[in-house]
Design a protein around this ligand. Structure first.
Ligand code: IPD
Ligand code: CA
Ligand code: CA
Length: 266
C-alpha cells in the first residue's frame, strides 16, 4: 500500500473529528424516538454541527480552498481551483431511525477534476479513501471492484425516491426490469457508502437518480480507483455532475446494466 498522503490524512482527521459528535448524537437518537415529534430537529442540528467541524478542520489545514457543503452550499475561497465537496451526514434517514448505516463524505476537486475522496463510516470504523492515480483503500487494504461478468450473479444497490421526490413510476419500471435478471437488489440508504461498497467489491453495481455532488463525489473517486466505471444509465461516460443519474459498476457489467435499466436488453 502506498503511504497515505498528507491530503488523505487531512481528510481523515477532519472526518474523525466530526464523527465524534455524530456518534454521540446517534446514541441520543434512540431516546428521542419515543417523543411524538421524533428526533428530526435534533438530527438536523447534529448534521449542521458535523458540517461546521468539517469546514473548520479543512479550512485550517488548507486555508483558502473553496467549499461545496450540503447544508451551507457553495462558499468561494481565495483559491477557486480547489474545492472541497462535503456531505456531513449521508444516510440521514437511517440516522434518524437509529439504523447504524451512515457516513461522512469528503471529496477534493482540483481545476474541476475529482482528485481525492474519503468516505468514513463512524459506526463500523471503516475509512474508504481513494486518490487519483494512487488507488483506493479501506482501512489499509486495497480495493478492487468485483470480477463478475454475469448479471445473474450480481448484487446491485440503488436508491428509491421518497415522499416529495420525483420518479416513483420510473423506479418501479427499473426495478421490474432488473429484479428477475440479478442475484439481488439492495437499498441501504447512503449513496456514498453504496459507491464505497461497489469499490470494495461488496456490490457489483449501483444506480440512482437525482443525487447531488456531495452524495457521490468521494464515492466516484473510490470506484474509479478500484477499477470500476462511472457514468449514467444511458451508458454515457465519464460521469459529470450535470448528468441526471449515476451508474457505477465493474467494467463487464456496466453496459449490461445500462441496457437492462433503459429497456434495451431483450
Ligand atoms: C441521501 C442518501 C440516500 C439517497 C438520497 C440522498 P442524505 O443523502 O444518500 O441514499 O437515496 O437521495 O439524499 O440526505 O442522507 O444526506
Ligand atoms: Ca447525502
Ligand atoms: Ca446529508
Amino acid at each position: 500500500m502506498p503511504p497515505q498522503s498528507a491530503l488523505i490524512n487531512v481528510m481523515e482527521k477532519a472526518a474523525r473529528k466530526a464523527a465524534r459528535g455524530l456518534r454521540r448524537d446517534f446514541g441520543e437518537v434512540e431516546n428521542l424516538q419515543v417523543s411524538r415529534k421524533g428526533p428530526a430537529d435534533f438530527v438536523s442540528a447534529a448534521d449542521l454541527r458535523a458540517e461546521e467541524v468539517l469546514r473548520e478542520e479543512l479550512e485550517r489545514a488548507r486555508p483558502g480552498y473553496s467549499f461545496l457543503l450540503e447544508e451551507q452550499g457553495q462558499i468561494d475561497g481565495a483559491d477557486k481551483t480547489h474545492r472541497w465537496i462535503v456531505d456531513p451526514l449521508d444516510g440521514t434517514t437511517n440516522f434518524l431511525h437509529g439504523l447504524a448505516h451512515f457516513a461522512i463524505s469528503i471529496a477534493l476537486e482540483r481545476e474541476g477534476q475529482l482528485v481525492a475522496g474519503l468516505v468514513f463510516d463512524p459506526i463500523k470504523d471503516e475509512t474508504f479513501w481513494g486518490e487519483k492515480g494512487k488507488g483506493a483503500f479501506v482501512n489499509g487494504h486495497r480495493l478492487r471492484v468485483t470480477a463478475r461478468i454475469d448479471l445473474s450473479d450480481a448484487l446491485i444497490a440503488t436508491g428509491i425516491p421518497f415522499r416529495g421526490q420525483q420518479g416513483h413510476e420510473r423506479t418501479t419500471g427499473e426495478l421490474s426490469a432488473l429484479t428477475h435478471r440479478v442475484a439481488g437488489i439492495r437499498r441501504f440508504g447512503s449513496a456514498s457508502l453504496d459507491l464505497a461498497y461497489v469499490a470494495a467489491g461488496r456490490f457489483d453495481g449501483f444506480w440512482e437518480h437525482g443525487l447531488q455532488p456531495w452524495d457521490i463525489a468521494a464515492g466516484i473517486v473510490l470506484v474509479r480507483e478500484a477499477g470500476g466505471l462511472v457514468g449514467d444509465i444511458e451508458g454515457r461516460q465519464p460521469y459529470t455532475f450535470n448528468l441526471k443519474n449515476i451508474l457505477a459498476a465493474n467494467e463487464p457489467l456496466f453496459t449490461p446494466l445500462s441496457r437492462a435499466l433503459t429497456g434495451k436488453a431483450p
